[in-house]
Design a protein around this ligand. Structure first.
Ligand SMILES: Cc1cc2nc3c(=O)[nH]c(=O)nc-3n(C[C@H](O)[C@H](O)[C@H](O)COP(=O)(O)O)c2cc1C
Length: 370
């Protein structure tokens, strides 16, 4: 903790000797850069999530006892206390182990889901499993692993499924991030065969996978193809929050990539639009996570009436953790939960099932997208 009581630099203290080999690797440096850049710079997408185009209709006679509002919701065969999830961030980076451990503890305490960051590093450095193996900190809760779809071409379904098994995860997130890869020096340039890879992994893991974007959203066509292969869990991770093209433009030293990252910094489908499309495509045949720019309980509420079952956040919870440690992250979740309950109360809803039928209007740009 620094003199002002902040934890920021704890993540970037000198390394212990046994982490040195890993720390000098490209993957580790990249993950450390991401944490630092997201924390220190304005990496917000310029266009917004469009969730503010969703207007819940106020009920001045709600007939609801605030203290009895129930936010319980199912997820991967377990029950969350609130429809929230801390989405994938890190592993294999400086101090990633403490970050994952601390955020997993917060998720356990608050009864929400937690996903570790990309486990790709484990293929080459199996010893990094300790960064991700946080089951003891979230013994009853939903813990998800993470891998990039591009790794499904490089590694067999058996090898990928092993990532989840080694950390006792309930399921594996598979991330799609072509925009980021294309403005990253070491990024992947081959995106053929990814859907087949996802289908193979679906078989191998009996459907226990959640396909997610990373801040650019899922289009109607992509949603249709995912439904076609039987995907039952998706996270639209739309535009309006962290812009990964922007993050990479801060990281790069190559003029072509710096400029491309800037040019495409506001690329993507707004979270609200992608979410509405997802609900239309899947109806109730999938659990839909809304993420990408979710900052408060009203964002969560708006996402739920548009069709989300669960809302997720990465950067907002990371920032509260970097500012004030575990207490900061826990406090942030408490505020989001309280605000969500206020939204339920003010629409006369005693639980999420009745809230999903709450009255709302859609205005502005979101109406055009839909
Ligand atoms: C520091 C950081 C690292 C991330 N690393 C990963 C990752 O390894 N795998 C992944 O699927 N998403 C990763 N993400 C993306 C988030 O899970 C999320 O989809 C995206 O940031 C949009 O959400 P946000 O606007 O709430 O940040 C990362 C996000 C942050 C902030």
């Amino acid at each position: 903790m620094n003199r002002s009581g902040h934890f920021i630099n704890q993540m970037f203290l000198p390394l212990t000797a046994d982490r040195l080999r890993l720390a000098t690797s490209l993957i580790s440096r990249r993950k450390s850069d991401h944490l630092r850049i997201v924390n220190e710079n304005d990496v917000s997408h310029g266009g917004g999530t469009l969730l503010d185009s969703v207007h819940l209709i106020h009920n001045a006679l709600p007939e609801v006892d605030f203290g009895n509002i129930n936010l319980g919701t199912p997820f991967f065969g377990k029950r969350l206390s609130a429809p929230l999830m801390i989405t994938s961030m890190t592993g294999g980076a400086e101090r990633a182990e403490s970050l994952n451990r601390d955020l997993a503890s917060v998720a356990q305490d608050k009864g929400i889901a937690f996903a570790v960051g990309s486990q790709r590093v484990m293929f080459r450095y199996p010893e990094t499993v300790s960064d991700f193996a946080v089951r003891e900190y979230i013994p009853d809760g939903v813990l998800l692993g993470n891998v990039g779809a591009v790794q499904l071409i490089e590694y067999s379904s058996d090898e990928v499924a092993e990532l989840a098994k080694r950390i006792e995860a309930d399921a594996l997130c598979v991330h799609l991030n072509p925009a980021q890869e294309l403005v990253q020096k070491e990024g992947n340039r081959i995106f053929t065969g990814l859907l087949d890879g996802i289908a193979r992994l679906m078989d191998k893991m009996d459907g226990r996978i959640l396909v997610k974007e990373t801040g650019a959203g899922l289009s109607k066509d992509v949603l249709k193809r995912l439904r076609f292969i039987g995907v039952e869990y998706i996270d639209v991770a739309g535009a309006g929050g962290t812009s990964w093209t922007k993050v990479e433009s801060y990281r790069s030293s190559n003029e072509e990539l710096i400029q491309s990252g800037k040019t495409f910094s506001d690329w993507g489908i707004p979270t609200a639009a992608s979410l509405a499309w997802a609900k239309k495509e899947f109806s109730d045949s999938a659990t839909i996570v809304a993420s990408g720019g979710i900052e408060n309980g009203l964002d969560v509420a708006r996402a739920i009436v548009l069709g989300a079952d669960i809302a997720g956040f990465a950067r907002s919870v990371l920032k509260s953790y970097m500012d004030s440690g575990i207490d900061g992250a826990a406090n942030y979740i408490d505020i989001v939960v309280h605000e969500l309950k206020v939204a339920l109360n003010l629409t006369g809803s005693k639980d999420l099932a009745s809230f999903k039928n709450a009255e709302f209007k859609i205005s502005g740009q979101l109406r055009d997208w839909m």
